[in-house]
Design a protein around this ligand. Structure first.
Ligand SMILES: Cc1cc2nc3c(=O)[nH]c(=O)nc-3n(C[C@H](O)[C@H](O)[C@H](O)COP(=O)(O)OP(=O)(O)OC[C@H]3O[C@@H](n4cnc5c(N)ncnc54)[C@H](O)[C@@H]3O)c2cc1C
Length: 426
């Protein structure tokens, strides 16, 4: 069986490792000219689920490299107002298990680690343009440089703008969430102060009219990974922003400063100090879930099929879960215990369920049309939400329940374990 994967991102590389380890012929085609090209270094939180998928698919030395390049685990959840007044602070158990724990990684570092050992598998500078089905049941992928490749299975792992999806499932829609974000990194050099409570924490600030700020404190113990940094991301509904089309990084910073005149000075200082090279904007988009399609030897994973807002921090983790699930199925096919199309059908049926559920949950968190972004009702909702957080903060039982609900979403290990056993013994 020859597998063609389009896209050397989070999901595509995880799948490639798993297939290669199982002795399956796999090639990944990536449009970027080289591994460092265009990749943004934003922070990604890898959940216990995502981490288990990586541990299962990656060779141990590649998984160890991934862990080595992660930042120190976060120890606190810190929720505040834009004036830095405390709403809720909770300890986060970093977990001692190297696999089943929360991890913070820079996306660029994760890609570098995941490329380890795949020199003979990943082909850069290969922009996929279209595919065609052949009479013998194989599928051919065509690239912008005029070349092509033929295989038995084609996997779309080419992210939110997936060209494979546009051809294969034209009914799939990716729409604007109505929210824009501007983000940047501040290198932790002498003279840069970590805002109160943000040390070793994920800090979330809830401000009037639906605006919010997230701060990640990233400290690396691994040598040669990256200098330590604070990453901030400001978001608000689209209508709050001026036109950003050709804005330079300095102009993007100024936009955030103009939108936050009364915020705590320590926060505005972070915006000022962001390295312009790290500043970027995103118009956050989301898939519209839709129904089943006829399964075939073309399939999809990750953002290519279920683009989601960063609202729950599960886009990469869901892409990894897909990679793990699809990898198990393709291994079963190569071992002769399952037929290809029913195996892909089963993968897609599960993936649609948990993937589109994740899309809807993420959209609940980030939705520019939600009342929180409106002037009057938004203010009332914010007041109610802040009261809820303050009360939760004061009542230990409520706080435990609140944190347990967050953890539960990111660690569905038991269920994955039992599935895994079924596949392995089957
Ligand atoms: C600011 C931000 C913060 C985030 N934080 C988190 C988080 O904390 N936790 C989390 O789980 N998720 C997070 N995410 C989401 C996460 O980054 C994505 O969901 C995840 O990377 C999707 O993985 P993927 O493999 O589907 O696609 P990608 O990682 O996007 O990979 C797609 C690859 O396909 C390549 N490609 C595209 N088109 C073509 C083509 N035509 N031909 C060849 N190659 C092509 C691209 O260059 C890319 O390398 C965040 C996203 C953003 C923007």
């Amino acid at each position: 069986m020859r597998v063609l994967v389009i896209g050397a991102g989070t999901g595509g590389l995880c799948l490639a490792h798993g297939l290669k380890r199982a002795g399956i012929d796999v090639t990944v085609f990536e449009r970027d000219r080289d591994p460092q090209h265009r990749i943004l270094g934003y922070r990604v939180g890898i959940s216990p689920d995502g981490s288990r998928a990586l541990a299962e698919c990656l060779p141990p030395e590649v998984f160890a490299e991934f862990v080595r390049t992660c930042a120190r685990p976060i120890r606190h959840m810190n929720m505040r107002t834009e004036k830095l007044r405390e709403l809720l602070t909770a300890d986060v158990d970093p977990g001692s298990d190297p696999v089943r724990s929360e991890k913070s990684v820079s996306r660029s570092a994760m890609r570098k680690a995941l490329l380890m050992g795949l020199d003979d598998v990943v082909r850069f500078d290969k922009t996929f343009t279209s595919f065609a089905r052949n009479d013998d049941g194989t599928v051919t992928a065509f690239f912008a440089d005029g070349t092509s490749a033929t295989g038995d299975v084609l996997v779309a792992a080419d992210g939110a703008n997936s060209r494979v999806r546009k051809q294969y499932l034209p009914q799939a829609q990716v729409v604007d969430s109505g929210v824009t974000a501007i983000a940047g990194k501040v290198w932790l050099e002498p003279g840069v102060e970590v805002p109160p409570g943000a040390d070793e924490a994920i800090t979330l600030l809830f401000a009037p009219r639906g605006a919010s700020l997230i701060i990640h404190h990233m400290v690396f113990d691994g040598q040669d990974v990256e200098p330590d940094y604070l990453m901030w991301g400001y978001s608000a509904s689209n209508d709050k922003f001026p036109a950003l089309r050709d804005a330079t990084p300095e102009q993007l910073k100024q936009v955030v400063l103009d939108l936050t005149p009364s915020w705590h000075p320590a926060l505005r200082e972070l915006v000022r100090k962001a390295d312009p090279e790290t500043v970027f904007k995103i118009h956050i988009r989301t898939s519209e879930p839709f129904g089943a399609w006829e399964p075939s030897n073309v399939t999809l994973l990750g953002d290519a099929i279920h683009t989601m807002t960063p609202g729950r921090g599960i886009g990469a983790n869901t892409a990894l879960r897909d990679a793990q699930a699809l990898c198990r199925k393709l291994i079963a096919v190569s071992q002769g215990t399952e037929e290809l199309i029913p195996a892909i059908a089963a993968y897609e049926a599960d993936m649609r369920e948990y993937g589109f559920k994740a899309v809807l949950e993420s959209r609940d968190q980030i939705d520019g049309s939600a009342p929180i972004h409106k002037p009057v009702i938004g203010r009332l909702m914010l007041a109610g939400f802040r009261t809820f957080l303050r009360v939760t903060n004061r009542v230990p039982a409520l706080k435990r329940k609140f944190m347990a609900a967050e953890t539960e979403l990111r660690d569905t290990t038991e269920q994955l374990d039992s599935n895994h056993e079924v596949v392995r013994t089957g």
